[in-house]
Write a protein that binds this ligand. Structure first.
Ligand code: NAP
Ligand code: MG
Length: 402
């Protein structure tokens, strides 16, 4: 069989630990035998990030802007323990944070669902996609440890000379202070991405903040969404879609009682937390896909989970692990499909469909990684190692492509 040709390179961002191992196996078994992969490779593994003073992360984000489509492996966000483990020069920032702030995009997370895994919330019939605003708030905040009595103030000095100042708190003792921001531009592009994605996927859009408490900050998000919605209103009505705004606590209650099948747009922190809750309730973090969509139409696909450190330590000790590669495989299929769509290569689009189909064939036959086995109902599943799982997918993929 002739390999499928590509015309534009895919930006490939390698990563860390167990997912870096899976990355290699996925390429060897499921991509390279079928696709003449044209990729611009960036190693975002922690060793390389440290070596390049994190320049490699910025370069990878710029390449995504240039080519339009990227696929990313999970990466370590260093903490104090990683500083020692990797003998780092600096506690580098989260690569995802860096990439998101360069692309100024929105992250959409959708669970991969299969008939044998019923969501914990029994009225959920369809996947819930979470749209996480990917810029600012606590992720771009500055903090001060107030270690004595004193006054904390919030000051804005306008370019025109205008000055605004409010007292945050008169400290009588020690405490903590945090300053955060967002920009109308980023909120507006977040809104555009959400309305566009809702129309693309023909799903309702929910949006929630805490504007009853945060009367200027969160309120601005609501105002901008209302404004931007006017541009999409006609299309929404034509498709019978609904946009509605509600408070975050009301949204949480409604989500639990809903049937699913919509996009829930969240501020950065809400999206971080809620996507973990939603993915767990749908089955497994390992079955959650993630795509960053920038307002100028660049796409970065990845798994929502991390580098699965606990499994990696076992692997390093020579143990075979049963780490679930589904979300990482779907990052590859998502990126290849998008590349195929943009370049008009229908063989590549078909390959992505068949690869996902082969994953479903495997799971529907009860061949699964350990994390899924206990969740499956109405089927007698067999737990296999990551390697055997990928091998089983390959067999079914070959059959589908023959
Ligand atoms: P994690 O890697 O997502 O793993 C947490 C636990 O979830 C695992 O120990 C495992 O549970 C389960 N799990 C996650 N993915 C799985 C998979 N594919 N197959 C089977 N089980 C899976 O989160 P973490 O341990 O908190 O973080 C590890 C590293 O990843 C950290 O350095 C963090 O900075 C980084 N991280 C990166 C990203 C990203 O690049 N997007 C996102 C989050 C975290 P059991 O141990 O019970 O089997
Ligand atoms: Mg999270």
């Amino acid at each position: 069989m002739e390999k499928i040709k590509m015309t534009t390179p895919l930006v490939e961002m390698d990563g860390d630990e167990m997912t870096r191992i899976l990355w290699q196996w996925i390429k060897e078994e499921l991509i390279n035998p079928f696709v003449d992969l044209k990729a611009e490779y960036y190693d975002l593994g922690l060793v390389k990030r440290d070596e390049t003073n994190d320049q490699i992360t910025k370069d990878a984000a710029e390449a995504t802007k240039k080519y339009g489509v990227a696929v990313k492996c999970a990466t370590i966000t260093p903490n104090a323990q990683r500083m020692t483990e990797y003998n780092l020069h600096e506690m580098w920032k989260s690569p995802n944070g860096t990439i998101r702030s360069i692309l100024d995009g929105t992250v959409f997370r959708t669970p991969i669902t299969i008939p044998s895994i019923k969501p914990v919330v029994k009225n959920w019939e369809k996947p819930i996609t979470i749209a996480r605003h990917a810029y600012g708030d606590v992720y771009k905040s500055v903090e001060i440890r107030a270690d004595e009595e004193g006054t904390a103030k919030l000051v804005f000095e306008g370019k025109s000379g205008k000055k605004e100042e409010v007292v945050i708190h008169e400290f009588k003792g020690q405490g903590v202070i945090q300053g955060m921001h967002n920009t109308d531009k980023s909120i507006r592009s977040f809104a555009h991405s959400c309305f566009k994605f809702a129309i693309d996927t023909k799903q309702d859009l929910w949006f929630s903040t805490k504007d009853t408490i945060s009367k200027k900050y969160d309120a601005q998000f609501r105002v901008i969404f209302d404004e931007v919605y006017q541009e999409y209103k006609a299309k929404f009505e034509e498709l019978g879609l609904e946009y509605f705004y509600t408070l975050i606590d009301d949204a949480v209650a409604r989500v639990i009682r809903s049937k699913g099948g919509y996009i829930w747009a969240c501020k950065n922190y809400d999206g971080d937390v809620m996507s973990d809750m939603v993915s767990t309730a749908f089955g497994s973090l390992a079955m959650m896909t993630s795509v960053l969509v920038s307002p100028d139409g660049n796409y970065e696909y990845e798994a929502a989970h991390g580098t699965v450190t606990r499994h990696y330590y076992k692997y390093k000790n020579g143990e075979e692990t049963s780490t679930n590669p589904m979300a990482t495989i779907f990052a590859w299929s998502g990126a290849l499909r998008k590349r195929g769509e943009l370049d008009g290569i229908k063989e590549l689009v078909n390959f992505a469909d068949q690869l996902e189909g082969a994953c479903f064939d495997t799971l529907n036959e009860g061949i699964a990684t350990k994390d899924l086995v206990n969740l499956m109902e109405g089927i007698t599943p067999k737990a296999v190692t990551s390697k055997d799982f990928i091998g089983a997918i390959r067999q079914r993929l070959e059959k589908r492509l023959a």
